[in-house]
Design a protein around this ligand. Sequence first.
Ligand code: DX5
Ligand code: ZN
Length: 223
Amino acid sequence: MTSEIKISPSIIAGDLTTIGCDVQKFDSTIVDLLHMDVMDGNFVPNLTFGHGFIKNLAGHTSIPLDIHLMIERPELSIDSYIALNPWCLVFHYEASRFPARLLTSIRNAGIKAGLSINPATPVESVFDLLDFCDLVLVMSVDPGFYGQSFMEHSISRIEKLKKAIDRDFAGKIHIQVDGGINLSNIKRVVAAGADIVVAGNSAFAGGDVNSNVAALKKAAVGN
Ligand code: DX5
Ligand code: ZN
């Protein structure tokens, strides 16, 4: 795994009615991934978009897709998301009864398989599943909306996860963190062990995503 961190702007913080044009201005040498928050109004109290929307949007950009499924029973629609061939496909530990099977189908399709945990889920819950994961997403807010405040206890959770990964899977599993990350906390998030940072508000505020993401990267390693 490279020591470079990746920043993944969450498109729901942009204007979804113009995002197809907007992504064409994103510089792929700065913006590493595009974070797609799929919400079903059931697992989370909000509704966004599904695979049809992502398929169309993918036609406007060459930036790899990072799909975050916040949906109940992801196994029912996983094939449609696998068909989009994203860089990674992440679903929630809390939403599936058979996460190992689902992670395996994603991985068998040549896509990085990711498991996400909500702030209330003990981080130890995923330890027995690390063998099936290419990525673990630690939510640093309760999922459902962009623009919420970072939950401080996420730092110790990331550290615990990083320790567990380094024990048996060093360099093999990405740690992604999502929710409330900005210029003032990104450095601590990365120091704790994250190598993929999702940014909604802090990437889209003011509209210049390229310079916001560049500033976040600088802050992640700065003094
Ligand atoms: C929350 C979503 C996040 C969100 C991030 O449910 O999963 O990806 O869009 O937005 P910020 O960075 O503004 O919290
Ligand atoms: Zn997300």
